[in-house]
Structure formats: C-alpha cells, structure tokens
Design a protein. Structure first.
Lengths: 547, 225
C-alpha cells in the first residue's frame, strides 16, 4: 500500500511539472484567461472514497437493464464505467427509477445521475445538468412489418394509436394532423397496431427500441426519424453547479462526442444510428476559422453558444442576431427561427431556391410541350397526330399528383427492381406538371386554330404563325402557366424539399405554426404575384398583347 | 402472369367500394367549392359592374387576391390555423371542422376568381339582351368544375381520405407493392371516366351555342385556379 502511495505521489509530482511546462510553453495567457472552477466537495469525496456512485436504470433496455444472469448493463452503464475509469476510481451502480432519481441526487446518496434524464428548463432548477447532452430521445411510430410509410408527411389524417397522458399527444396531433386513438396502456396500444386498428403506436423512440428487441415483436419497425427531441443529460447536485466536478464531467462528455465513443457504444448496443449523436459528433469535431476546435470552452468556462443545445438557450446566453431573435421570442411569443437560426435560415432559402427552379422549369416546360404538341397534332402525320391528341386528353384528365405516384412508385419501383435505375422525384414532378399544363395549353392553341379556320378554311398551325395563335389564346395560356407555378407545391407530396415541405418541417421542429404558415402564404403570394407580372410583361413584349 | 393478373383484379374488386366512396368525397369537395366560390364570385362580379368606381376597384383587388392565393398552401393554412373543432357560441355543442371542408374552402378561392372574371362578361351580355352569349357561361363553368375535381386530389396531402389518399391506404393495408401500379391506374380511370363524358358534353354544348351565335362570338373559356 505504501508502495502504491509513493508511486502516486511521484506520478502527481511528475504531472505537476508537466503542467507547469505546458503552462509556460503553450502560453500562460490562455490559462490565466480561463476562469478556474471552484473546488468540488463531491469530487474530493469521490476520490477519498475511491468509488463513484452513479444512479442508473435497470429497467430500460438497452440503455440500462439486467441481463439473464441478473447483472446490470447497457449503453448508459458503459458511459458510467468510462467516467469512473477516467477518474481512476471504481464504479458503484445504484438502480433508480423515474420517480426517485432527482431526489436521490439531491439527498446525496448518489454522486452522478445517468439514467435517461431529459434536460429541461424545469429540471435545471432542481439539479445541475452537464453540458453537452449525451443523447436525445424523441417520438416515433411503432409499426407493423409490412407498413410502407417512410416519412411523417405520409401519416397526415391517418389513425395512430397512443397512450393517454403522454405530453406529446396533443402536439403531435396538431402539428402532424394525426388522428389519435387513445389507449390506457402501452400493451393495448401495441396490440391494436398488431390488429391493424391503426398505422402505428406513437411513443418515445428509446422505449420502442426496447420493444423491438423482444421476440414477440420480431419484424416490427420504427423507421420514422424521431421528432420533438428531448436531449438527455448527466445530472449532478444543484450546489455542484460551476464546480470542478461539473467542468470535468462536461469535458468527459465532450470527449465522448469528439472521439466517437458515444457512437461506438450506440452500435455495440444495437441502437439505430441516432441523428443527435451523428450531428453532435460532427459539430464537436468541427474546426473554427483559425483551424482550432470550434467547441472549446470560452474564458468563462462555458461552451460557445453554437455548441450548446439551442432548445435550452435564452437570449442572455447568446449574441448578435440569435440574441435579438430569442429576445423577440421571449417578449412576443413569435419565433422567427427562420431569420435568426442559421440552420432554419439555410433550409428555408434552399426550399425557396428549389421552388423557384421548379416554377421556372414548369412554366417553360409546359409552354414548350404545349407548342410542340400543337404543332405535331396539326402536322397531319396520321398516327403521330392522333396519338398526341389522345395523350393530351389523358393528360388533362389525370390529376398530376396521381401521375406522380404512378411514375414514381408504380413504374419507379419496377425500374429499380428490373434495371436498378432510380427515378428522380424532382424530374417526375416537373414532367407530370408540364404534361398536365402542356396538354391544356395545346388544347387552347388548337381551339384557336379552329377559330381561325372559320374565316380561313385552309389555315394550318405552323411555327411561323405560332406567335399569333399564342397571342389569340394568351388569356388561357397565361392562366395555365400561373396555375402550374402554384401547382409546384405538389412536389412536397413526393418529398422534394421545396418551400412547402421545408416550411412544414421548420414548423413541426419549432412549433411556431402561426409564424410559419403566415410566412409561407405571404412568400407564395409574392412569388405568384411576381410570376403574373413577368408573364404580363412577356405577353406585351413578345406577343404585343395589351389588355 | 395470368394468375397474378387475376389476383390483382380480385383485390381491386374487393377494394372498389372503399375507393369509390373516396372518389365521391372528391366530387363532394369539388361541388362544395363550386357552390361557395360561385356565390362569392357572383358578388364580386356584381361589384365589378357597379357604376361606382370605388366598388369596381375593391372587387378587382379582391379578385386579384383570390387569383394569387395558391390553393395547396391555403389548404395547409386553413388546416393548421383553424381549430379542428369549435363550440357553437351560446351553446355547449361542439362541432367538428373536418379537413375535407378546409380543402373545399381552399379550392373555393380559385372558383371565386374564375367566377368573378367570367361572370362579369356574362352579366354584361345578359344585360345587353344577348342571352345566348351569356349562356356560354354554363359550359365554361362545368369545364372549370372538372378542373376543380382534378385539383381536389391534392386534398390527400393534408390527409383527407379521398380517392388518392385511399389508394395509399389500400397499398399500405395489403402490404402488396405489386398492387401499387394497378391501384393508381384504377384511380386514373375513375377520374377519366368522370371527366371525359362531361367534357365531350360541354364541347357539344359550346358548339351548339356557338352555332346559334354565329362564328364570330367564340369565347375562349378563361380558366384560372
């Protein structure tokens, strides 16, 4: 034992020297700028005791559970083990429940709580939450094996099973337009899924992951990306806030993200890849403009606000545009995230760009198809003209949305199965809308040609007199082109990330329904207004039509 | 292959009542949109013919507004912004506000613009005593209704259980991806069988009216949605 002690003392002395050299070498300025955290009674106690007492779950597979021989293990148990290893102490695990976990921390019977605890503003008033968060859970759908739903937008208006009392029921029903069927307990709800009484069971994705491991639910799945995500945090006692202990645990979690340890453990426990872990891993490894790490503690000891969970930030934690946006939100309740949040802003602008491109392609494509169709139909090429004429009738009487489904899912799945060719949804949308609108433009042009023939029986539609005929039917043609630019929003039904689908995603992520709906309507009205103006100018300049 | 074809046919027959009930909802949505839109559009058309320039200006502004509102977005707007149920004022009766009604209201916006534009000319002809020219409004109106029936398929995006949405339900319920193409084509045929005869009838009506009016008074129906 004394041998051990003397070794330790030596090691400590060596470490001190090393630190002193580092301090002198790397720049004392850096070290002296960073505020040193105050000492921690708890950390001292842990080191004296030689063991770290962690509150964990034993009834929540695969995060914390008992294996066949009664030994507790799981994703969170691995994390707890790693903390103890880094502290150089042994690990003592104490099973906690959702009801008593925060209390156990407060009364001091555990040092650290690592037990699927959601990081919320309310809980932050009772305990100290370690940043960064180590995991996140959300809401997803537990579905039958043969269900063919891959996106939340496909669940609109569908019957979904849920359990009474879940905080997310109302929000999900409102934001995702689900028709909820309420059950008293999870068991009944899951059996209802089995009996095909609903498309799926709405519940916490981490709990569903536990169910999917059971032989009873073999083949069942939960493919929808979890939404309404709540970050999970390691918690320590409230009085330990700002201490050396908090700093140390924060650094450990940061290292889990940087080194990929968390993702590796996730894989080991057979959890599906979590977007939260992937995003956090990428963010914490990202260099800043100077090539240093972006997520490095600031002088205050705090992580930079870009690295912190935006859900938990208030205006006083941030600077610049985000601060202004949060201040506005806190005072008016209006969340203009698409202005102050870089991620939302980028998404929105990309959606706007996609919609703009769709409109441009659909308007020009429809006109081209209409003109070509009319020329071919009038060209007196027996078979071709007749076929074109028939195609235009079918085109006008097939809802473009249905045509998209036929091409994308009907023929598209065949093409993939037979030749491995995948069809681009964007191209399908453009084609279907151009076909529908082109058919209607073609009909209008042919009608105008018929009118011409009443005064001049030998009149034939040609490239040379096309301008005159477009001018004759310009009212109809313009209306059709305005319509097709409005119809581009149909693309959202086949997951093209245009403005409508982007806006509904931002809305469901942030819950700012009113703001996003008004922004969406206003933006589209401006776009349509601009389209109408441009078409009017073109009518006047190219065709000489004046009204 | 033949056996497969028979299987598909049997499935389609089994699901026919379900699918056709969905299609009747499409027609209901479109009809209601036409009724509401024509009523309000009529009002705008009357305003446009008023002798007071202010009223004319107001009507033109409102018409322009209804022309610019994209129906698909407006449908989303109504679904998210209107309560899905409300209490009748002064009573304790709770009325549901079904999503298909939102689809109807959104489509009605387009009908308002169409009616306002077309009926203005029609009313003018009627007042001049040119009744036959005014009658041209009827085939144009019916043709526009067919456009609205086609457009009602977009109600599936907000989860209204109409034909297109029910196609997806059938594909999901059977779990048979081989059924995808036949079910969608079946829906296409439904739309075609409804729209084609009516279109031919309206072409005939238009030709008949035009023959009575003489060759010069052909009017191209203006379709704006």
């Amino acid at each position: 034992m004394t041998h051990w002690h003397s070794w330790m003392r030596k090691a400590c002395a060596q470490m001190l020297v090393l630190f002193a050299i580092l301090w002198l070498y790397v720049g004392g300025s850096f070290a002296s700028q960073m505020e040193a955290p105050r000492g921690s009674e708890r950390l001292t106690l842990v080191k004296q005791r030689g063991s770290l007492i962690v509150g964990v779950k034993t009834d929540y597979p695969p995060f914390g559970f008992l294996d066949a021989s009664g030994v507790s293990e799981g994703f969170e148990h691995d994390l707890a083990q790693d903390i103890a290893r880094r502290l150089g102490v042994s690990l003592t695990k104490v099973a906690v429940s959702g009801a008593n976990r925060l209390q156990k921390l407060e009364e001091g019977s555990i040092d650290v709580l690592l037990a699927t605890t959601g990081d919320t503003a309310d809980r932050r008033k009772i305990v100290t939450m370690i940043e960064p968060n180590y995991y996140a859970s959300g809401v997803t759908l537990f579905m039958r094996p043969e269900q063919n739903i891959s996106d939340w937008s496909e669940t609109r208006g569908k019957k979904v099973c849920a359990t009474q009392g879940s905080y997310f029921n109302r929000i999900m029903a409102q934001r995702y337009l689900l028709e909820l069927q309420m059950f008293n307990n999870a068991r009944d709800a899951k059996l209802a899924v089995k009996d095909r009484r609903c498309i799926g069971y709405l519940f916490d994705n981490t709990a569903i992951q536990g169910d999917l491991r059971l032989p009873e639910w073999a083949g069942y799945k939960a493919p929808l990306a979890p939404v309404l995500n709540t970050p999970w945090a390691i918690a320590i006692a409230r009085r330990e806030g700002g201490s050396e202990f908090e700093r140390l645990l924060g650094d450990v979690v940061a290292d889990w993200h940087r080194s990929g340890f968390a993702i590796q453990r996730e894989k080991v426990w057979g959890l599906p890849p979590s977007t939260f872990l992937a995003d956090t891993h990428a963010l914490w490894k990202k260099p800043d403009a100077n090539g240093a790490r972006l997520c490095e503690r600031e002088i205050s000891g705090q992580w930079p606000s870009v690295c912190r969970n935006p859900v938990l930030l208030s205006s006083t934690d941030t600077t610049g545009l985000r601060r202004l946006g949060l201040w506005f939100k806190e005072n008016t309740g209006l969340d203009l995230s698409l202005i102050y949040d870089e991620y939302d802003r980028t998404r929105f602008l990309l959606g706007l760009g996609t919609t703009f491109l769709l409109m441009l392609l659909c308007v020009s494509g429809s006109l081209l198809l209409g003109v070509l169709g009319a020329l071919l139909a009038e060209a007196k090429l027996r078979v071709v003209s007749r076929l074109i004429w028939m195609a235009s009738i079918v085109g006008r009487m097939t809802p473009p949305l249905l045509a998209m489904y036929v091409l994308l899912f009907g023929l598209g799945s065949m093409l993939i199965a037979a030749y491995g060719i995948s069809v681009s949804p964007f191209a399908v949308v453009v084609w279907c809308l151009c076909y529908y609108t082109g058919s209607s433009i073609m009909t209008a042009l042919l009608f105008a040609a018929d009118v011409k023939r009443q005064s001049n029986p030998v009149f034939q539609l040609r490239w040379g007199n096309m301008r005159e005929l477009i001018a004759m039917s310009s009212g109809h043609v313009t209306a059709a082109l305005v319509n097709v630019s409005k119809a581009t929003m149909m693309a959202s039904a086949v997951a093209v990330p245009e403005l409508l689908s982007v806006a509904t995603t931002i809305m469901t992520d942030n819950g700012n329904v009113g703001v996003m709906m008004n922004v969406l309507l206003l933006t589209f009205m401006l776009l349509i207004f601009a389209t109408v103006r441009v078409l009017k100018v073109l009518e006047r300049k190219l065709l000489g039509v004046t009204k | 292959m033949n056996l497969l074809g028979l299987d598909v046919l049997r499935e389609l027959i089994t699901w026919t009542p379900f699918l056709l009930t969905g299609f009747s909802l499409n027609i209901l949505i479109a009809s209601l949109a036409m009724v509401i839109g024509t009523g309000l559009g009529w009002g705008l058309a009357l305003l446009r013919l008023s002798s007071r320039p202010r009223r004319v200006k107001l009507s033109l502004l409102l018409t322009e507004f209804t022309r610019n509102v994209p129906t698909i977005v407006f449908q989303f707007y109504l679904v998210f912004m209107l309560p899905s149920e409300f209490v009748l004022p002064g009573t304790s009766i709770t009325l549901g506000f079904p999503s298909w009604l939102n689809a109807s209201l959104a489509l009605a916006m387009a009908v308002i613009g169409f009616t306002s534009d077309n009926l203005t000319a029609t009313l003018r002809d009627w007042r001049k005593g040119d009744h036959a020219a005014a009658l041209l409004f009827l085939p144009n109106w019916t043709s526009y209704m067919l456009i609205i029936v086609i457009a009602s398929s977009t109600a599936s995006i907000i989860g209204v259980s109409e034909l297109v949405s029910r196609c997806n339900t059938v594909i999901n319920a059977t779990g048979n991806t081989g059924l995808m193409l036949p079910v969608y084509l079946y829906a296409c045929v439904c739309f075609f069988l409804f729209c084609y005869p009516l279109t031919r009838l309206m072409q005939w009506t238009r030709a008949y009216l035009a023959a009575r009016l003489g060759p010069a008074s052909h009017r191209l129906g203006k379709a704006s949605r």
